[in-house]
Design a protein around this ligand. Structure first.
Ligand code: KG4
Ligand code: ZN
Length: 336
């Protein structure tokens, strides 16, 4: 048949993931082997441990992806892999596996930018979605407000000046004594807390700027906790979580929507691990409805790191005739 079958690999951080896609947007399999339990006792991802676990997992995850998709290596049209940004040792495991497959089968290789992958999760979720749109990419390492003009064509309109949104969630989570990663824990706790209990600062920055800053908010939460502990007053963890989350999602939503209005763009998308946040999704749904903006977001499994989103980028590069050479290297600080 004329179907294009993509095998894609993602190993930029702490998930070993392999996916098989049909014609770029249809998932045949999307296997995610998480290492979170390996890193939890350290309170964050340990790069050496991550690389080692990727090496142990990668071949099994490839086999599982093929068998779940009911295909063999002979059916694969091309192979895609994340080459940055991310942890260099972790990236090299997936990229090397992809090179080996490309070389052994004599099929094209497409190196993929991980941030671009997060955006493309929206194309898998909704096969009818087309550029242009504004996408807010919020993950553990990135906070980008992006105008996606066309496939492979972006303009970064704003970015964080300090911590990424997910990083702020994880740091505040640690200060609250929650497990790593703090994001999902804060999301869960927030549902039991009062979001108006504490008025934490919102950093809107200069008029007209679409940049973000979360370090002031993080410090405000830490100061609040320290002063309560010094005075030996009780702390309502759920109220702190809910008030912190509200401060983050208020700024993220407000800036994204005013940017879309300013640029005259009628569709807004979310992407990245923090896009899994239930409060963020709800607030976007409400405010976009008020502004007559179409709002799209990927299902939770496609928000956090996975290989399907990487394969989707690889597919669009492939059909454009783009191909990476076998000497492509991992680039830890690759930009969008
Ligand atoms: O995209 P991702 O899986 O990895 C990176 O590329 O960074 O994002 C991971 C980040 C972590 O900071 C995690 O705490 C955050 O996404 N996250 C969440 C939620 N689920 C994951 N943050 C807030 N609420 C959530 N439900
Ligand atoms: Zn990611």
């Amino acid at each position: 048949s004329g179907d294009i079958i993509t095998l894609s690999i993602e190993t930029s951080c702490d998930e070993t993931s392999v996916s098989i896609l049909k014609n770029g947007r249809y998932i045949l399999s999307n296997i995610i082997a998480s290492q979170i339990d390996q890193h939890q006792k350290f309170g964050g991802v340990v790069p050496e441990v991550a690389s080692r676990k990727h090496i142990e997992n990668i071949n099994q995850v490839i086999d599982r992806a093929l068998s779940e998709a009911k295909v063999t290596f002979d059916d694969i049209t091309h192979v895609a892999a994340t080459y940055g940004p991310g942890l260099v040792g972790a990236l090299l495991v997936g990229l090397s596996a992809a090179k080996a497959i490309s070389f052994a089968l004599g099929i094209p290789l497409n190196g993929v930018n991980h941030i671009e992958g997060h955006i493309y999760a929206n194309f898998i979720e909704d096969p009818t979605l087309k550029p242009p749109f504004i996408c807010l990419v919020v993950s553990g390492g990135h906070t980008h407000l992006v105008l996606m003009k066309d496939y492979g064509s972006y303009e970064v309109l704003g970015r964080t000046r300090d911590d990424a949104a997910g990083e702020a969630f994880d740091k505040v989570g640690r200060a609250l004594g929650l497990n790593y990663p703090g994001g999902p824990e804060i999301d869960r706790l927030s549902k039991e807390g009062d979001k108006n209990a504490i008025n934490f600062p919102r950093a809107f920055l200069e008029e007209g700027s679409y940049d973000f800053s979360f370090s002031g908010l993080k410090s405000a939460v830490l100061n609040y906790l320290n002063s309560k502990r010094m005075k030996e007053e009780t702390i309502d963890i759920a109220d702190v979580a809910a008030s912190f989350q509200e401060a983050v999602i208020d700024v993220l939503t407000e800036k994204t929507i005013s940017c879309a209005k300013e640029m005259g763009i009628k569709t807004v998308c979310l992407a990245g691990g923090v896009a899994a946040n239930s409060g963020l999704r709800e607030l976007f749904i409400k405010r976009c409805q008020n502004e007559n903006i179409t709002f799209k977001y990927p299902s939770i499994k496609l928000c956090t790191d996975n290989a399907a989103m990487i394969g989707c980028v690889g597919y669009y590069d492939y059909i454009k005739g783009l191909e990476s050479h076998l000497d492509i290297n991992a680039i830890p600080n690759l930009k969008l």
